[in-house]
Design a protein around this ligand. Sequence first.
Ligand SMILES: Nc1ncnc2c1ncn2[C@@H]1O[C@H](COP(=O)(O)OP(=O)(O)OP(=O)(O)O)[C@@H](O)[C@H]1O
Ligand SMILES: [Mg+2]
Length: 314
Amino acid sequence: MSGAPGPAPLAFATRGLARAYGTTHALVGLDLAVPQGVVYGFLGPNGAGKTTTIRCLLGLIRPDAGTMELFGEPYTARDRHRLEQVGSLVESPAFYPYLSGRDNLRVIGSTGAAPARGRVEEVLELVGLRDRAGDRVGGYSMGMRQRLGIAAALLSDPRLLVLDEPANGLDPAGIVAMRETLRYLAAQGKTVFVSSHILPEVQQLADVVGIIDHGRLVRQGRLDEMLRETGHVRVRVLSADAGPAREALERLAGRDAVWEAAGQGDGDGWITVRVEPSRAGEVNRVLAQAGIYATGLDSGSDLESLFLSLTGNA
Ligand SMILES: Nc1ncnc2c1ncn2[C@@H]1O[C@H](COP(=O)(O)OP(=O)(O)OP(=O)(O)O)[C@@H](O)[C@H]1O
Ligand SMILES: [Mg+2]
């Protein structure tokens, strides 16, 4: 009998993962923990090591050092048969251009496990490609190929779906549709590991986020917690009021949590306070008590500012 619930089971984890290409150290001791049943957004600037991590997971390259776990068990390049449980899309997938999208999936399905064959229509529907499934892939747009790649990754009904920059080439409607598909899969208990550059997109999609820079994890956690931390309220005040307003807000939130943007020359300036957006009313009250009336107020929180501050690209 098991007692209290242990830590959430992980779909994929790495410990000290390292990989160099010649003298380029792509990964230098990466510790990742991807919980099961979530959409995990894997973020990092160009060259941070995202694709390298995914290649190690998929057995396309061998790490130089460190360990990996797949569904809670040690996993090495020798255990490639366990990739049956993993569907993936890395770089542009290769298809037969003279076959239709549907026939390409049939070919891929015929080489895989038995359930894959019966799933062609279902995955075409999931990625919104049914109307064009009879057309030759040679005539597909980049976004349609990308959708077909995601369909192919889903064919074997994998427990873990690994997508490297899947939004590449998708139009806004395609991005919305993909987000719905990935959310739907996570709701069914699948794990979706997705790398991306598009921060607002990840902000709308992911449950958990890992930020990587120079081959090392710089932050990992639940997205809602990170956003709470990056929340801010901005107030606009007459420049004559800026000094006293700043002092009042520093008393509320602390010195380091308040900063001023230069005015636009119209006599007003914006002051930003790092507090949860739900505290906007409190910010306003503090100003009013100091006899200052804000001429503008807004609030929000965003992943972009956190990302830029953590990856040193601000
Ligand atoms: N085949 C290769 N040969 C040499 N260097 C490589 C190779 N693949 C990747 N690198 C280097 O390893 C580092 C990490 O690259 P990687 O492709 O993993 O980054 P990434 O996070 O996927 O970047 P991007 O956002 O641009 O896709 C980079 O410095 C890159 O130049
Ligand atoms: Mg990459």
